[in-house]
Design a protein around this ligand. Structure first.
Ligand code: G1P
Length: 292
């Protein structure tokens, strides 16, 4: 039996420079898609997938994230006092169980691999998930991206990442697989390259921000070797454990929105609004009006 995946890491230390000035005094993970911040979608996905412990790797200026997942007594009392019971419930619903959330600080922006390494002591010797809140996945109810990955992990163990095909000219934004076997759903690989130029990319199958990792990855992250962009890359550490940890890329069911880019973020807002009964008609009207 493979050890269960109980813990998830949320690297949220990034500066969010692509969304300045919006992110000057606010963490980029708090940007809302419709009416929920990005980080809440990621946490809800983890909860749906059965995760029990939530580890945030934060940095300076990120206290709004901690406040978001805590009681706001004044707000709660005011809502109750005004009889807004449904809104009151909405505010309470987002609270994880006391004692299930952990925070550690990255302290220096040395890359995604370094952020994950900062959670090493909180993870210990067990498999864990990593979710990048920038990558927002719209999937069918009850079948979120991480749950699909955990199903694959429970059968096979090893490392599992979510993958999708990207236009070749965009490989420079992603970790890319050197595929050895591909059954159309699960791709196996014997190498990974972080952010290759299109002409150097071994394929156009790219990792999106969902990982299930064997703790063996820490053996490589411990070395703190820098790769693409001078940063400690998670992709490189995974690649270096491929000789001893099986690796699978899952083409998940669902649609991923790159909320780290402006267009992706706008598209996500439209798509998530169109998926909601209370907003669909109104948003459809707006789109029609704006596109004439
Ligand atoms: C990170 C990873 C990259 C992955 C991507 C998914 O890059 O380093 O391998 O493909 O997330 O969004 P970033 O977007 O942080 O530059």
């Amino acid at each position: 039996m493979n050890k269960p995946v109980r813990k998830a890491v949320f690297p949220v230390g990034g500066l969010g420079t692509r969304f300045l000035p919006a992110t000057k005094a606010m963490p980029k993970e708090m940007l809302p898609v419709v009416d929920k911040p990005l980080i809440q979608y990621a946490v809800e996905e983890a909860i749906e997938a059965g995760i029990e412990q939530f580890i945030f790797v934060t940095g300076r200026g990120k206290t709004a994230l901690e406040d978001h997942f805590d009681h706001s007594h004044e707000l709660e009392e005011t809502l109750l006092h005004k009889g807004k019971t449904e809104t009151h419930r909405t505010v309470l619903d987002i609270l994880p169980k006391p004692g299930s959330v952990f925070y550690t600080r990255q302290m220096r922006p040395l890359g995604l691999g370094h952020a994950v390494w900062c959670a090493k002591e909180l993870i210990g010797n067990e498999p864990f998930a990593v979710l990048l809140a920038d990558d927002l996945v719209l999937a069918n109810q009850g079948n979120c991206c991480l749950k699909q990955m955990i199903d694959v992990y429970n059968q096979n163990g090893g490392n599992v990442v979510a993958i999708e095909e990207v236009p070749r000219e965009e490989t420079y934004k992603y970790g890319v697989l050197n595929v050895t076997h591909d059954d159309g759903r699960i791709a196996q690989a014997d190498g990974l390259v972080e952010k290759p130029k299109p002409e150097d990319a071994p394929s156009n199958l790219s990792i999106i921000g969902r990982y299930i990792l064997d703790p063996e990855v820490f053996t490589e992250l411990d070395k703190q070797e820098s790769g693409a962009g001078g940063e400690v890359q998670l992709t490189d550490a995974m690649a270096k454990t491929m000789d001893r940890v099986e690796f699978r890329g899952l083409r998940f069911e669902g649609h991923r929105y790159d909320c780290g880019s402006k267009l992706g973020f706008i598209e996500a807002n439209l798509a998530f609004a169109l998926a909601r009964d209370d907003l669909r008609d109104g948003v459809t009207d707006i789109i029609k009006r704006l596109s004439v």
